[in-house]
Design a protein around this ligand. Structure first.
Ligand code: SF4
Length: 260
């Protein structure tokens, strides 16, 4: 029976295992910020489990990583806090994967910048605002001056070392309180010398009180917002800044989960 099952699956996928593009591994659910406005950690603060993925469990994954081209070591937590992060990045690379992560940039110290340059193929920093006021409102406890200074230093360090990798990406999650700043955000990104800007949508609204942040939770974006997004696209084209586009995909999945 077991043999015939194995033969059946081999017939489906062929003698070799299938190849996949991306694997996301959440290596920690801890963060150095108490809870950004759009974060599920803010929706369930009392129930949130602050945990690191153990090295032992990561080791169990390692041989499976060769099935993937790319591994992203992030989830709802700050990956730069994990004590074995760089071992994990090396472990993924040893299986032939490219490696990336997303950080809030608070802990992107000089020492961490050197490790980022050595161990990653892409680093994304979530900034979500072009001014301290907006950024620090969305991300209580964060420091706009510190994060922007560290992003600029990372880009300068990469340039001075003549490295092509990692790709440095600046993230802007489009929300009601920040969307008007997107065009100016592109100027800021260009002044740092990042490789690319991504303007994402919050595709998960953990509970109804957080829905006000969304541009489309209550229907299509307003004409005013649509104009801002068009202006951002036009500006990126003029600056020749790699930017996949600001338009909102109305088919985005919205998950509304009530707190119990
Ligand atoms: S930095 Fe990320 S994980 Fe931490 S609270 Fe903010 S959104 Fe959540």
């Amino acid at each position: 029976m077991l043999r015939s099952l194995k033969e059946f699956f081999r017939g489906l996928v062929g003698p070799k295992p299938p190849g996949f593009q991306h694997l996301q591994v959440e290596i920690t659910t801890s963060c150095n910020l108490p809870g950004c406005l759009m974060c599920p950690r803010s929706a369930w603060p009392e129930r949130w489990l602050h945990q690191d993925l153990s090295w032992e469990n990561f080791e169990r994954l390692i041989t499976a990583l060769k099935l993937f081209r790319h591994v992203h070591l992030s989830g709802w937590g700050e990956p730069l806090l994990h004590p074995r992060l760089w071992d994990m990045a090396q472990g993924a690379r040893s299986q032939g994967c490219t490696v990336s992560l997303t950080t809030n940039g608070m802990n992107l110290t000089e020492a961490k910048q050197m490790q980022v340059l050595e161990h990653l193929d892409m680093v994304a920093v979530s900034l979500d605002g072009a001014t301290a006021e907006t950024f620090e409102r969305l991300r209580p406890g964060a420091d706009f001056h510190l994060v922007t200074q560290q992003i600029a230093a990372l880009c300068a360090r990469k340039r001075s070392l003549g490295k092509l990798r990692p790709e440095v990406v600046l993230l802007f999650m489009k929300m009601q309180p920040n969307v008007a700043e997107l065009p100016v955000f592109l100027d800021l990104a260009a002044s740092f010398g990042v490789d690319r800007v991504n303007a994402t949508n919050p595709d998960f609204v953990p509970n109804p009180p957080m829905a006000w942040l969304s541009l489309i939770a209550s229907g299509s974006p307003s004409r005013k917002i649509a104009e801002v997004l068009e202006l951002a696209d036009q500006k990126a084209r003029e600056m020749n800044l790699p930017f996949p586009g600001a338009a909102i995909d109305a088919s985005h999945m919205w998950c509304k989960v009530k707190c119990r």
